[in-house]
Design a protein around this ligand. Structure first.
Ligand code: GTP
Length: 296
């Protein structure tokens, strides 16, 4: 029931909030360049946040890819439960989509990703050989929303720090080619986002998961929605809040809880209370739970 009602609830809760919008100049520039560069790719590696695989899928990606081969990387696999992971694995398997689960921080999944990219693109060199040409390195483009872990994955694949990785969105500013052995070339790119996020439920999830610039949203609004999501979540519930903050939930209204916590711990500063709740979710203090399950 929880997952079936979630989107309708979210739409209802977000309808009166200030829209979350974030489209910094470097993202606009990237989108243009990336569209050109994608034409050169043999395979595209699309990195998503495993907690919100739908909200981190770009609406234009399918049309940019055409019939180019694609691998979906579900990064931050450590931040979801086994049930979440299994649900998405069978969803993608049913669609026939190639998926790799990974942890960009520890490097899990990166070897498999490298192997899969090379094998998916092996036809490139078969064709070249037929034409009497020498083989060339396979070109793989790594694309995805800001902060989902693209640079971390590349650094892990290469086993060295080639691309700056940081715990905030918008760090990678330029497209950058890096070589992986003799047979794979990777293109790291800054995060991309739609110019207008038409679906505000997706925008709120991006804010909760720290995949969008902090200045684009109001902490207290976003934390209030997160509380409402978690209180209803079968694996979290009000008890988790009571234990963590030693505070009773008087209702399932998130805004009221944020206010109560602010009085209890932060001299009435709602923004600080909201930030605490958001960072506790991001650190897994309510357990590792995804915010999306596959559509049924
Ligand atoms: N827990 C966890 N953290 C991760 C994982 N992958 C990356 N991170 C962290 O997430 C943050 C963002 O990672 P980056 O690699 O900078 O993300 P990016 O997609 O290149 O970001 P932009 O440069 O904004 O496009 C860093 O603090 C990483 O350490 C993961 O699988 N699990």
């Amino acid at each position: 029931m929880y997952w079936e009602n979630l989107d309708a609830d979210l739409r209802y809760w977000t309808r009166s909030l200030r829209p979350v919008q974030w489209y910094p100049g470097h993202i606009a520039k990237t989108e243009k360049e990336l569209k050109e560069q994608l034409k050169l790719m043999d395979v595209v590696i699309e990195v998503r946040d495993a907690r919100i695989p739908l909200a981190t899928s770009h609406p234009k990606m399918d049309s940019w890819l055409g019939n180019r081969k694609r691998i979906i990387v579900m990064n931050r696999e450590d931040m979801v439960s086994t049930e979440d992971r299994n649900a998405w694995a069978s969803y993608f398997a049913n669609q026939g989509t190639k998926v790799v689960y990974s942890n960009g921080q520890l490097g899990m999944g990166t070897m498999k990703l490298g192997r899969m990219a090379k094998s998916l693109a092996s036809t490139v060199n078969t064709k070249r050989r037929e034409k009497g040409l020498l083989p060339r390195a396979v070109r793989a483009g790594i694309v995805g929303y800001p902060n989902v872990g693209k640079s971390s994955l590349i650094n892990r694949l290469l086993k060295r720090r080639m691309c700056p990785a940081a715990p905030r969105p918008g760090v990678t500013r330029e497209l950058k080619w890096v070589r992986f052995g003799n047979d794979l070339e990777l293109l790291d790119s800054p995060g991309i986002l739609p110019m207008r996020i038409s679906d505000q439920t997706a925008a709120i999830k991006l804010a909760i998961c720290d995949d969008i610039g902090e200045r684009s949203y109001d902490f207290a609004d976003v934390a209030a929605i997160l509380v409402q999501l978690l209180v209803r979540h079968p694996a979290v519930g009000p008890e988790a809040f009571r234990r963590r903050y030693r505070l009773e939930m008087d209702s399932d209204c998130g805004k009221m809880f944020v206010t109560k916590l602010s009085v209890h711990l932060f001299n009435g500063d709602a923004s600080q209370a909201a930030f605490r709740i958001l960072s506790d979710y991001r650190k897994g203090k309510f357990g590792w739970v995804a915010l999306e399950r596959p559509p049924t």
